[in-house]
Design a binder for this molecule. Structure first.
Ligand SMILES: *Cc1c(COP(=O)(O)O)cnc(C)c1O
Length: 376
């Protein structure tokens, strides 16, 4: 929460829930990554928040971009990034999208199987590819474990196939899971990476790059280690496993770059009880799973919520969104403690919402408009 955001909200015309992103915070976050890992290139994960002003700022600061679709590539280009600063990091791509990316100048692609390598060899000949490996995701609040990546044993075969088809077998990637609270989770994947570097070098294929992925957390209710702690742990693991032959590295922060830059202002629509002896009040907001707070799925991300009544006595509440879908409940298994003085019509501020909110908002379920966003 910054004074600039509070000032903006004081002056805005009332028009439903909105996200306000403070670019100064994004600038500070970029600087923290660049300072902590000076030899590592930053590829901002566009999906976290593709607002043009966010992308333009990061492009101007020298960031590169991790994209997952042609539209995201176009957004990065429009923000001022040259194609050599863009990677097509999704392992699941249509061949015609690969061709389109290639035509736009992109030459760096993620793969996790031989079939994807073949698409790239056909549609983006001579490009660099890196192979995504499976990574456990333990310690992450939003794990990404199964869908992307191949088993560590399979990665050399995938990269050999790329080499044979005239692509540049460029390196390896992994993602330790989003909102990763343990800075030491990169170690096992770096150990496996170093073994693959050696294995392929013996076969005449010299890999150059390790993509350390995202996972850098933002502060929600619990405190998290600083970027510096992650950088120190990663550098120590790089030295331990690669010795004097440290490869080129890149990181792909999404949440860690923009999460704490955003605050959502929302309104209490209704407070009620389900029966006379119900211990827990139901508090309904004008924002829910379908218009910005999708990451409350399975109650995985617990956002800090501030009200004008903070400091008053609190009581456990079920927190729910406004739509007519019963899955649109934010916190119920673990009720949320809110001030008992909170009233219908009160404003609430939901912190840490700069990442994965506007992009996860539906186009208008139940007639509730997509989450509005202001960048200041
Ligand atoms: C989503 C994603 C990221 C960003 O992850 P965060 O945990 O938000 O930093 C990075 N890399 C890839 C390939 C992704 O899909």
């Amino acid at each position: 929460m910054t004074d600039r955001i509070l000032e903006f909200l004081r002056n805005r015309r009332e028009d439903g829930p909105c996200l306000v992103v403070d670019l100064e915070v994004v600038r500070d976050n970029y600087a923290a990554f660049a300072r902590a890992l000076p030899d590592t290139r930053v590829f901002y994960a566009v999906k976290a928040n593709p607002d043009p002003r966010v992308l333009e700022l990061l492009a101007a600061l020298g960031s590169c971009f991790d994209t997952a679709s042609v539209v995201e590539i176009e957004q990065a280009l429009a923000a001022g990034a040259s194609p050599d600063r863009i990677s097509f990091g999704n392992t699941i791509k249509k061949e015609r999208d690969i061709a389109r990316a290639y035509a736009l100048g992109v030459r760096l692609f993620a793969v996790d199987c031989e079939a994807e390598v073949e698409k790239i060899a056909r549609a983006a000949p001579g490009s660099k590819v890196f192979c995504r490996m499976l990574c456990g995701g333990a310690g992450a609040e939003w794990p990404l474990s199964r869908k992307f990546g191949c088993a560590v044993e399979m990665a050399p075969r995938v990269l050999e196939h790329a080499h044979r088809l005239g692509l540049v077998a460029f390196g390896l990637s992994f993602h330790v899971g989003s909102q990763q609270r343990n800075p030491y989770m990169w170690d096992a994947a770096l150990k496996a990476s170093a073994a693959i570097f050696r294995d392929l070098a013996d076969r005449g294929i010299v890999l150059q790059m390790v993509n350390l992925g995202g996972g850098f957390p933002t502060r929600y209710l619990k405190s998290v280690p600083a970027v510096k702690a992650y950088a120190q742990a990663i550098l120590r693991s790089l030295h331990k496993h690669f010795g004097n032959h440290i490869p080129e590295t890149i990181i792909e922060p999404g949440r860690g770059m923009v999460g704490n830059a955003g605050v959502i202002e929302a309104e209490v629509v209704l407070i009620s009880r389900k029966s006379d002896d119900d211990e827990v009040k139901w508090v309904y907001l004008d924002i829910g799973k379908f218009n910005g707070l999708a990451e409350t799925m399975d109650e995985m991300i617990r956002y800090p919520i501030r009200t004008a009544f903070d400091g008053d006595e609190t009581a456990p509440c079920v927190l729910a969104g406004p739509s007519c879908d019963s899955v649109d409940v934010l916190y119920e298994k673990e009720p949320y403690f809110l001030p008992i003085s909170l009233e219908i019509g009160s404003k609430v501020l939901i912190e840490g919402t700069g990442a994965y909110t506007t992009t996860y908002s539906s186009v208008g379920f139940n007639g509730f408009p997509p989450l509005k966003s202001y960048v200041i």
